[in-house]
Design a protein around this ligand. Structure first.
Ligand SMILES: Cc1cc2nc3c(=O)[nH]c(=O)nc-3n(C[C@H](O)[C@H](O)[C@H](O)COP(=O)(O)O)c2cc1C
Length: 348
């Protein structure tokens, strides 16, 4: 194994292990959902039994608008995790993303750790994943199409992680030409392109720039959940009070602002970043998300309690969502998105 491959594997293992702890949470910043409350509807006529969450995503029917976020690949542990997560996705008929396929740019040694996702989840939307830092360096975009083909993926996700690359000792914080690279890639790929952050959020202005060049979806991956600054700071054994630990835009802020762009652009908006309970999940929809997604809590639940516990976690979130829709008089998610939530400061 080359030194580069060794380093990437070692890094992935360290990151994975840190993400199994709560040490990598934000310290003094929340996802922002706490600032909101639902508007109770005393005259609700919603029938709980008639609420149906099935919808279309990436030209496939899915049963719940929920994505298992991009996490792992490229190590032995990753194969086991991806295998089980893919079975969960298949059982619930929901989409799933793979972790960065960067490892495959150096050779196909750990192909199986990614391919297992499509093998175990044959009919759901699967999302490929690569970092923006890799995209800006590429001369041949054909290789990205090969990453998509390997998984028979339904979309390619490019993750933006300037904060993480900046803090990582071996990071590559070089993003010159980013927007034109994404634009050029978009012309070459035969699947839609989604853009995500990894926990620092996407601003209105950044989203507008991405939509201008034609991206098909935005996953805000906002602040308040997993701090990737925290992950890298801990990996570096640096002081824990690093001032960048809590950097980023809260998830609720990103969803609320980027939703406003729906008037001008056609795109899918995914709400993620610290969505760790059923109420936050519901508030993400109420603020405008088309789908919600989670990463670390899924990994932790899988590791600590197994696949059935992950299935229960996701199912329970959507059962609670039904109750919230009943109490807000929302027959469907579009009605929930229509003024059913209020900033707490306006309640008093
Ligand atoms: C163990 C782990 C590995 C991750 N690896 C990737 C990755 O390879 N590519 C990516 O786009 N995001 C990756 N993420 C980021 C998540 O997809 C997500 O955006 C972020 O963790 C915020 O969501 P959360 O607060 O629910 O964890 C990873 C997250 C975790 C927990």
């Amino acid at each position: 194994m080359s030194t580069n491959k060794n380093l990437i594997s070692k890094r992935k293992k360290e990151q994975l292990n840190l993400c199994l702890t709560d040490e990598v949470s934000f310290k003094n910043k929340s996802n922002g959902f706490d600032n909101y409350d639902f508007i109770h509807c005393a005259v609700t006529e919603v029938d709980l039994n008639e609420i149906d969450f099935s919808t279309e995503f990436l030209k496939k029917n899915i049963s719940l608008p929920f994505l298992i976020s991009c996490m792992t690949g490229g190590t032995e542990e990753a194969e086991n995790i991806n295998s089980r997560l893919a079975s969960v996705a298949s059982e619930l008929n929901i989409p799933i993303g793979v972790g960065s396929q960067r490892r495959l740019l150096d050779g196909d040694e750990y192909n199986k750790s990614y391919k297992i996702i499509r093998e175990n989840a044959k009919s759901v939307p699967v999302l490929s994943n690569i970092g923006a830092a890799q995209i800006v360096q590429l001369k041949d975009y054909g290789i990205v199409q090969r990453l998509v083909d390997l998984l028979e993926a339904d979309a390619m996700v490019i993750h933006l992680n300037p904060l993480q690359e900046m803090l990582q000792l071996e990071g590559e914080p070089y993003f010159k030409g980013l927007l034109s690279s994404i634009y050029n890639l978009k012309q070459k790929l035969n699947v839609p392109i989604f853009i995500k952050e990894v926990g620092a959020g996407i601003s209105l202005d950044s989203a507008k720039k991405l939509l201008e060049i034609g991206v098909d979806g935005i996953d805000v991956a906002g602040a308040g959940g997993t701090s990737w600054a925290g992950v890298e700071i801990l990996r570096n054994n640096k002081k824990r009070n690093n001032q960048f630990w809590d950097w980023g835009l809260p998830t609720s802020y990103c969803i609320r602002n980027i939703k406003s762009l729906k008037e001008s652009y056609h795109f899918t908006l995914i709400g993620s970043g610290g969505i760790n309970n059923a109420f936050d999940n519901a508030k993400a929809f109420a603020l405008g998300a088309d789908l919600t997604a989670s990463a670390r809590i899924i990994l932790q639940t899988l590791t600590n309690a197994g696949s059935t516990a992950v299935i229960n976690l996701i199912t329970n979130r959507f059962e609670t969502l039904k109750k919230i829709m009943f109490l807000t008089g929302s027959n469907n998610l579009n009605e929930l998105r229509d003024n059913k939530i209020i900033k707490k400061e306006n309640l008093y």
